[in-house]
Design a protein around this ligand. Sequence first.
Ligand SMILES: [Zn+2]
Length: 304
Amino acid sequence: MRKVLLIFIDGLGLGEDDPATNPLVRFDPLFLRSLFGRPLVRNLGCIRSDQVCLVPTDANLGVPGLPQSATGQTAIFTGINAPQLMGRHILGFPGPALAAVIAEHGIMRALADAGFSVTSANMYSADYMDLVARRQRRHSVTTLTILGAGLPLRSLPAMAAGEAVYQDITNKMLPRFGITDVPAVDPAVAGRRLADLARRHAFTMFEYFQTDRQGHKHDWDEAAKIVATLDGFLAAVHAAAGDTLVVVTSDHGNFEDFSVKTHTANPVPTILFGPGCRSVAAAVGNLTDIKPAIIAYLKEGDKQ
Ligand SMILES: [Zn+2]
């Protein structure tokens, strides 16, 4: 069985090779440097090998204005040009029109309907659905993608069993939300947990969004922690992925440029490693290509 792990990182573009503005250059993390021999910046261009690929991926999708989360993420997880469909880039959380698109065309539903085992590794608090019902939280695109496939959200029992990863990777933010009985984990432990889950499903996804939060805030100390966390996490996923194809992508630029507090029009890095990375990379040019490329790879494996 072929396996794909999709790691979605909110607000991570390919920026300048400049330590004054780009945290990925200033902190130059070990694992990301090891992948392509240099920090993850725009002038790396397109890199394709049988081991690891980098595709600078268009997030603007032919629509004027800066790309935003609701439409960009819908493009990734449905394969539909959502900003074009809506006539503009829509920020934040999807409204009813985009929610309907996600419910019908989400990648998890498409794969589940085709008989593939699919899951999301993200842990949600036990009261998450109640908070949404009380309008204190809103479903993100990824949450709607999970719910659209009729799947339950992972929660505290899954975390206790080592079978979930919280959105901040390390669990260190959980006490802020009143959850004090979940121990913090090293990014490497979280990465191994995610890779283990991915080995047991045809398709696994995980969302990390602290990059976008910090891309709007510009706290360099926090940015250093984010870079270190992500690097340790991705290094562990890479080491433990085995025969899983790993696809890392983003919805728009932001974190790579601390000279502006808005999103950027930069391409986003789609990083692929593991079996099939070269052929899947060849099918990706913009955000709408990711869903069909993953589905084609999994279905091709079924024929073998
Ligand atoms: Zn943002």
